[in-house]
Write a protein that binds this ligand. Structure first.
Ligand code: TXA
Ligand code: MG
Length: 350
């Protein structure tokens, strides 16, 4: 398949380029596009055949529902019913932004989009190209992250091209995704609302709207028979680079010492080792390919660099990645959720 690749300057948007991508969506095709969290791979949410193409292009399991992206709350009327007050408040406060609200879906949304569930995730991305694309397409856009299933989500257009060139109808490039981890998913069909995936909006921010909002216990732990995450996608191995990842958890001094010890072991074994560190620690490692995700004083920076760094270490063909851990506060919860999944819950506590 020939993929139409078009890149847009987000500060000087060429609307004709967006119209071209919108036409592909209207005609039943699939197009990757930028959002503030990660790039998405979109199709007309109402078009069963088009949505199926997303699953095929990504190699995505069919039981994993898609999020529907809108550009105006007026669109909700055609998509969902019985919107609770708390959902309205959350949308009021955080739309457009890195949050997905799960609501009861209307029959207008085909089963393939919701993977057979009676509910649907609704999101309004805070990205001008995305919002204009949805508007021009004239339909809500169903979109998962624009990666091949299982890989780290793409936060720039090159990574979309790497995964999807030849597999989709179009790739619409814009700027890098500034948040860098996916949206926070809040299930508002249950009371109190439950966070199914931590993301760009923190639990602290959500609790300012409703102090009863809580986090699904299963999301930070290794999925098991009795502890399954409520978001179907969270049970799969995900965000994973090719090389195995090991997380070292503990205080900074002990972590550095342990990583140096493990590093020596792997280097002696002739392995190429990648180290995920931060500005505050990066100079303490004696060998290996050390990459800083950013400063601990700016956890948002760390989030925005995480997926790209995992992919970068893949490019370098490292044999193993040793990662520091980050405080589970604010966006740190989302960072550690993605890291643990990338590591397949391979965690070493010091
Ligand atoms: O930031 C984001 O949310 C990005 C951008 C592109 O918008 N999208 C994204 O989509 O991360 P995806 O498909 O990669 O992840 C969606 C997650 C999956 O874990 C899926 O199982 C869950 O949301 N999900 C979707 N609809 C759901 C529903 N009705 N109930 C429970 N979980 C749902
Ligand atoms: Mg994804």
């Amino acid at each position: 398949m020939k993929t139409e690749i078009v890149v847009i300057d987000e500060n000087n948007i060429d609307i004709s380029k967006i119209k071209k991508a919108a036409k592909i969506i209207k005609d039943g095709g699939v197009v990757a596009f930028p959002t503030e969290t990660v790039y998405g791979l979109g199709a007309n949410a109402f078009d069963e055949k088009a949505v199926k193409k997303i699953f095929i292009a990504k190699g995505r399991p069919q039981d994993n529902p898609l999020i529907v992206h809108i550009q105006n709350v007026c669109e909700l009327e055609d998509l969902v019913y019985n919107i609770p007050e708390v959902a309205k408040k959350l949308m009021n406060k955080f739309f457009p932004g890195p949050i997905t609200i799960i609501l009861n879906k209307k029959d207008s949304i085909p089963d393939v989009t919701s993977a057979g569930l009676k509910t649907i995730g609704i999101r309004m991305p805070n990205n001008k190209v995305a919002l204009t694309l949805i508007k021009e397409a004239g339909v809500p856009i169903a979109a998962p992250s624009a990666n091949i299933s299982g890989r780290p989500s793409p936060t720039d257009v090159e990574r979309c091209i790497e995964d999807l060139d030849g597999r989709v109808d179009g790739i619409l490039g814009g700027s890098c995704s500034e948040i860098g981890v996916e949206s926070t998913i809040v299930d508002c069909t249950v009371h109190p609302p439950c966070v199914l995936r931590p993301g760009g909006i923190t639990l602290e921010q959500l609790r300012e709207i409703d102090s009863d909002i809580y986090m699904d216990k299963a999301i930070m732990q290794k999925p098991s028979k009795d502890l399954k995450p409520k978001a179907p996608g969270m049970k799969y191995r995900h965000y994973a680079p090719k090389a195995p990842v090991k997380i070292i958890e503990g205080n900074m001094e002990q972590t550095i010492a342990k990583i140096n010890e493990m590093l020596q072991y792997y280097i002696d074994d002739k392995k190429k080792v990648g180290i995920l560190a931060c500005d505050e620690t990066k100079n303490n490692y004696k060998d290996g390919i050390v990459v800083s995700l950013g400063s601990l004083n700016n956890m948002q920076e760390i989030a925005s660099n995480l997926f790209e760094t995992l992919r970068y270490l893949d490019d370098l063909d490292v044999d193993i990645i040793l990662s520091e851990s980050f405080e589970e506060k604010g966006i740190g919860v989302a960072i550690m959720n993605r890291l643990r999944k990338a590591a397949g819950f391979n965690i070493y506590r010091v």
